[in-house]
Ligand binder design. Structure first.
Ligand SMILES: Cc1ncc(COP(=O)(O)O)c(C=O)c1O
Length: 440
């Protein structure tokens, strides 16, 4: 067991002045222990305020493709911060970053920057509604597009509240939604083209945008069936619906050009965040000159005090510069290490008689505690043993391994074979532990 004396003290102090003791709901402790209080981090490791060391597969919930405090990113940020921290005016770095995004991302001819994924999604949906003159958006059950009201529905709904699997109904993710918020939203099941076609037929002429995570990473890690993705592309094109890929996780993580490059299907509009600035808050929308025209001409409002903040842009120029220079060569070792990690966990589970399913293309890995042979959509994800998955996360934290509590693991270029060996040894210890075997 870890010594967490100082973490517990800080948590107690925090709860007196920070609602719930944490600054984002996802940081609430999912275990009996206090949430992680980080002292410092470097490369693929972080250290808590009690001196415990962890191999970090959370990576800030995905942004740290290059690990913590990569020297090039640190140097770029330090250089810029001495030249001013925010201008709310144009500068050369934003042109450099926009050029890099347009070079790397297939759908990008023009971009606009924001700070976080949720507001870029907000901008993309507004643009799609304005461009089509239609009011509704279709999202898929289980997909997460940030915490703003129009999309805070049907992320992890209880299946018994969510309606039929092939015709889900919108389930609010939170109380406090405005009256009628669900009226602007249509929900469809993931990876089910006939159901999607039928739902689109029923809403003919009403849908401005179909938005999706091209690789679903917020309810397990679920790849799109190739025919599903192609079918969505064809149908949205035919109906004049704006196809939006939410690449906040997949962008610059799956491949230099994100999920659209990895899966070979190009959307009309895409949203990026997380990995694009090496751990600094930056997001953007990117699309063809045609689709971006209403923003370019000032007809659709887009704003933000901190948009294209120069310190953040310095980090992005460094991160995207490395991606642009190294291209796919940067990603192959990430995929290989991810495969080794997933394969090693599955092998140790088999040896210990634990039901585990692993998935994910490598830079992202998912570990499900389930005896299902596959997880293909949200309803199947909802049937995996989530309490047991949380239990594995908690037990691994005690062993110095930090993974996302729902079973997701992010890899960075800073992870090496020693990290993977250490992680697999920890997994083996947990699977052999009678206390963990006894279950929650
Ligand atoms: C796919 C996806 N879209 C949007 C968001 C929202 O991004 P942010 O938390 O930066 O607002 C997230 C956050 O995890 C995400 O995973």
């Amino acid at each position: 067991m870890r010594n967490l004396t100082e973490s517990a003290r800080l948590y107690e102090a925090a709860r007196k002045v920070i609602a719930g003791g944490v600054s984002s709901d996802i940081r609430r402790s999912t275990t009996a222990a206090p949430p992680l209080y980080v002292d410092h981090a470097r490369g693929s490791h972080l250290w808590d305020v009690d001196g415990n060391e962890y191999v970090d597969y959370v990576l800030g919930q995905g942004p740290l493709l290059f690990g913590h405090s990569h020297p090039r990113i640190v140097e770029a940020v330090n250089r810029q911060v001495a030249r001013g921290q925010t201008y709310s005016a144009q500068h050369a770095l934003e042109v450099e970053v926009a050029d890099l995004v347009c070079d790397l991302v297939p759908c990008a001819e023009l971009v606009r920057f924001n700070s976080v994924g949720s507001e870029a999604v907000h901008a993309a949906l507004r643009l799609a509604r304005a461009a089509t003159g239609r009011g509704k958006v279709l999202k898929f059950e289980g997909h997460y597009h940030g915490w703003y009201d129009p999309v805070a529905f049907s992320v992890h709904p209880a299946p018994d509240e969510a309606g039929p699997a092939d015709r889900p109904r919108p389930v609010p993710s939170t109380p406090g939604q405005p009256v009628g918020a669900a009226d602007g939203l249509v929900i469809a099941p993931w990876n089910n083209l006939p159901a999607l076609e039928r739902i689109l037929d029923e809403h003919a002429g009403e849908i401005a945008a179909v938005i999706m995570e091209p690789l679903l990473c917020n309810s397990g890690c679920i790849e799109p069936h190739p025919e599903f993705l192609r079918g969505v592309r064809e149908r949205t094109r035919r109906d004049g619906i704006v196809l939006i890929f939410d690449e906040v996780i997949t962008g610059f993580r799956l491949a230099p050009g994100g999920g659209q490059q990895w899966f070979g299907v190009v959307p009309d509009l895409a949203v990026f965040g997380k990995a694009m600035a090496g751990g600094f808050p930056l997001s953007c929308i990117a699309g063809s000159a045609e689709i971006m025209r209403p923003i370019a001409e000032g007809k659709v409002a887009h704003a933000g005090t901190f948009n294209s903040n120069p310190v953040v842009m310095a980090a992005a120029a460094a991160a995207l510069g490395m991606i642009s220079k190294e291209g796919d060569a940067l990603y192959e070792p990430l995929r290989e290490r991810g495969r080794r990690l997933a394969g090693g966990i599955a092998e140790r589970a088999r040896a210990a008689g634990v039901d585990v399913l692993t998935a994910g293309p490598g830079p992202i890995v998912q570990v499900y505690l389930t005896n299902r042979p596959a997880v293909d959509d949200y309803r199947e994800y909802a049937a995996v043993d989530r309490a047991r998955t949380l239990g594995l996360h908690a037990a691994l934290l005690d062993q110095g391994i930090n993974s996302v509590s729902r079973g997701l693991w992010f890899l960075s270029t800073a992870h090496d074979d020693t990290d993977i060996d250490r992680t697999l040894a920890a997994v083996e210890r947990v699977f052999a532990d009678p206390a963990w075997q006894a279950g929650p």
